[in-house]
Design a protein around this ligand. Sequence first.
Ligand code: NAP
Length: 251
Amino acid sequence: MEGYMSERELDGKVAIVTGGSRGIGLAISHALAEAGARVAVVARNSERAAAAAAELPGEGHASFTCDVADPEQVSATHKAVEEALGPVTILVNNAGITRDNLLLRMKDEEFDEVIAANLKGAFNFTRSVTRGMMKQRDGAILNVTSVVGLMGNAGQVNYAASKAGLVGLTKSVAKELASRGIRCNAVAPGFISTDMTDELTEAQIEALKDQIPLGSLGEPTDIAAVVRFLVGPGARYITGQVLAVDGGMVM
Ligand code: NAP
């Protein structure tokens, strides 16, 4: 039970957080840094990623510019993270985008871009870190999916498909790598206040609140607290799970 509920239960660990520069990913980077991990903040905008890494608590964090959709950038970034910070045993696949449109109007590019960033991006990073985690016999992979991947959503066939795909990826990775000491879980946020949900109108937010038993949108820290738990020693016997953090929307 050692280290199970300690204040710095991730001391000495190196964590990659994709999309760690803003919103939910930034809150996750903070939570893992507070738990003692050294965090590699990965995003496309290098200035924002650098600013995010600089404001994390503790020492030894760094930022890396990378488009998760590009497998070559991902393997080069993973190599650079290991050279700078050491072997990676925690991966949080959080980077994600929306390109909403009604099915009949959706362009090929809108569908492909969302699948490439949200689903292929997670595959790219997971494949890259797996060999190192197998060598360490230690790994925790966490995918940020969405309640939309579980329930569907009008106007988001691309996004919902990418997030449902992440659920299948999570369970398959969990089954394939459990015997190697690697766990893989997912969180499915409901509606959380970030840049992504800033696009919603007041009327849309009021309508959403009616579907949320706990009665309000969530905060990025609500997701980060659960991610910290799932990648840490308190969750050592949990793998292949998808945990909705959504104020009770899906039950
Ligand atoms: P956000 O505020 O828009 O932040 C997205 C982050 O991902 C940014 O750091 C962004 O940085 C990065 N990113 C986007 N595309 C990338 C790419 N191709 N390569 C590398 N980094 C990329 O979004 P958020 O609301 O925090 O959402 C974070 C995750 O939670 C997403 O997977 C989202 O689908 C999921 N989620 C959010 C909600 C919600 O209500 N907000 C609900 C359910 C699930 P750059 O732009 O600099 O690359």
